[in-house]
Structure formats: C-alpha cells, structure tokens
Design a binder for this molecule. Structure first.
Ligand SMILES: [Zn+2]
Length: 385
C-alpha cells in the first residue's frame, strides 16, 4: 500500500523517568503515570477493570490462543517425576535474632520471612489443589513445608500476611479461613478489590487492609512498613470477574531490613518497572522472586517471569539474597519442575539467588554457594526422573 494511504504518523505517548524518555505502546496514556513517571493504579474508562498502564492488554488472551496452548499441551507426552523434590523439616517457630533476616520456603509462593524480629507470611496456600474446586484442578506434587495445624499448635502468630493477587495458587480461602480461625495472622494486606474475598470467609473488617500501588502504611501493631507495588499480571477467580481486583508485588521494611515479595509477575519488555521499585525501596536484604510456570513462552511470558527474567528482577531491585518461588509445587505450565532451577543456574553470574528445598530457610547475607545448592536439587531431580 502506498504510504500516502496510511494515516499520519501518530507519535507514541511517552513518559520521562529519571531523565530517560520511555515510549509507551499505542493505547497507553501518559496520564496513567505520576509526575515522576511512576505507573499509577489504572482502570479502564468505565472503571470496571484494572489494566497494566505501561502495556494495556499485555496479559489478555484470545480463545484461539488458549485453544492453541491446550492443543500443544495435549500433543506432548505428559512428563512427571515419580517423587517429590527434596524437603527438610521446618524449624518452627522460625527462630532468628532481631538483627538477622531470614526466609523459609514452604512451597510455591508461600514463604515465612523473619524481618527485624517480626514475622511475615506471603501468599499462604496449604491446600491439596489450587482450584475453585476441591475435586479437580492443579494438584500439588509436593507437600507444603508444614501444615497449618503445626503452626497453630506451635503458637505461631504472623505479624502480617501479604497476598499478591486473587489467583487460586496465591489466594486460597481454605488456608485463609484456617489461619484466621487459628489466630495465626494479626493483619492481612491485599491489593484493591480483594478485601471482600477475605471478609467473605469470615476475616474481620479491621484485620484486612486493602491497598493500591505505591501506597505505604506502617502496620500499627508491628511497626513494619508495608508498601504495595506494581506487577505485570492479571486477576480472575470466576469467568465474570476478570481484572476486577488489582494485582501487586509487596515491599516490607523495618529498620535496615527490607524484603521484596515478587508474588507472580511478568517482566515488562520495554518498561523499567523493577528498577523503579529498586530505586524507591531497595536495596533489599531478602527477596522472593518467581522463576516458574513459563512454558510455552509465547503464551506465558506476559504474566510469568522465566529464570532469566527472575535474575533481571534480582538485579533491578538490588536484592542481596533472593529465593526462587513459584516452582516445584503445582503443575501450572509445561516445564518440568527441575527445569527452572537448571535455567536459574545458567543465568546466574555469582549472585546470591538460590532455589531452596521445601521447608528450608536461608538468612540474608549468608554466603551461599549457589552452584552447589542448585546442583544438589538437580541431582535429586535426576534420581527421581
Ligand atoms: Zn501464580
């Protein structure tokens, strides 16, 4: 077609962040960013759905995308390991000194973080499946590091619990109900629109704080500073509530100790989201960063990081010690559980970014031999193949 038939070139919207001009894709609006260039919590024009302001629609899928993905999955031989990944006994009630931060991985995105003597829980999922149904849906192939009954009987009380978003592998109402009834969580922090889900299963109004991106509060009882930060993701619990709730990553700070919870996110292609989080709130003593559920890449990449992206996030947010999450627990994508760990090993360049065994803890700043650590997981995976 001759170029004269094309409409005049409409310049792409831009924003400026720290003297860098960033072009946004067509359909984005620079009004969705604040005067410093930070993305604000953004909804569509009818205020019915949240959107990703730096790349609207990036996580949307067509029915034909879903069909192609399922067809590809069915055409492949199902690969599964016969046994679980290695586990170690959880050291309940998570001892640590006030001046040392530590993190314990209980499986998927469920972590216990000790920060300045306070106790933080992330995305608690202890149920056998991550699904709206108890009889079908992705079934865990590794048991959680401990049970909620063990936490209750040990008298564990988490100062705060942060929840990244409403997907079933991150927000499990059975686990929330049990933890709440057992008096295990003093205060829940959730992204905008999510409070009603918790209150719907009996959590008291005053025990839940709903937040939007970049909002920062001091938890009244623990003095922990809690910051809701952006993520590139989407939300849905039933077919008619897509993106009616917000998705987030979280920063938790006290004194010099800082924790970044990556929850579940994609890595923006042309937008420095994690550098922004690092600039504002880093460097972090500890981070939990997702490495799994990334195959097939063409389908998964907008909403899920792969191990290379995860290492990029570790660098962008300036994390001292990072722990791999969102792998080794639920069969959510086409990769086998050990593959994210293999790739994590390939993309590291001497960073302290480790894949723990289920139930294992690590302290911030403890010198980790990641090669040895990751190799041990891989060896165990081969034995079980
Ligand atoms: Zn997830």
């Amino acid at each position: 077609m001759p170029s004269s038939f094309l409409p005049d070139n409409v310049p792409l919207p831009t924003i400026t962040y720290r003297d860098e001009i960033i072009a946004l894709p067509a359909g984005a609006d620079s009004a969705w960013f604040d005067d410093k260039g930070l993305p604000m919590t953004t909804q569509n024009s009818s205020k019915s759905k949240y959107i990703v302001p730096w790349d609207p629609g990036v996580c949307d899928k067509t029915a034909s995308d879903a069909f192609k993905m399922i067809k590809g999955r069915l055409s492949k031989k199902k690969r599964r390991y016969k046994e679980e990944i290695p586990r170690v006994a959880v050291d309940i009630p998570f001892p640590s000194s006030d001046d040392q931060s530590s993190i314990t991985w209980l499986g998927h995105a469920t972590c216990v973080v000790r920060l300045g003597g306070k106790l933080v829980l992330t995305d608690p999922v202890f149920s056998p499946r991550c699904s709206p149904f108890r009889f079908m849906g992705p079934k865990r192939y590794t048991e959680p590091g401990c049970t909620i009954e063990q936490l209750i009987s040990a008298g564990v009380v988490f100062d705060i619990c942060v929840i990244s978003h409403d997907h079933y592998d991150h927000l499990d109402v059975d686990s929330i109900t049990q933890l709440d009834k057992g008096g295990c969580v003093k205060k829940w922090y959730v992204p905008a629109g999510t409070k009603s889900v918790l209150m719907g299963v009996g959590v008291r109004d005053e025990a839940v704080k709903e937040m939007v991106w970049w909002e920062e509060v001091t938890d009244p009882s623990s003095e922990l500073k809690v910051v809701c930060c952006p993520a590139q993701h989407w939300c849905c619990r039933v077919p008619w509530d897509r993106n009616k709730r917000l998705w987030a990553t979280w920063v938790v700070k006290i004194g010099d100790s800082r924790f970044f919870f990556g929850g579940d996110t994609g890595y923006p292609k042309n937008f420095p989201l994690f550098k922004m989080i690092g600039d504002l709130h880093g460097p972090f003593s500890l981070s939990a960063i997702p490495i799994g559920a990334y195959h097939p890449r063409w389908f998964m990449a907008p909403a899920h990081t792969d191990p290379k992206n995860a290492v990029d996030i570790h660098r962008d947010v300036r994390s001292k010690t990072s722990v791999a999450i969102h792998w080794g627990t639920f069969p959510l994508a086409d990769e086998l559980y050990h593959e994210p760990v293999t790739e994590l090993l390939e993309h590291q360049a001497g960073e302290d970014f480790v894949a723990l065994r289920i139930g294992e803890s690590i302290s911030s700043g403890s010198k980790i031999d990641c090669q040895v650590h990751l190799q041990r997981l891989l060896e165990s995976g081969k034995k079980n193949a």
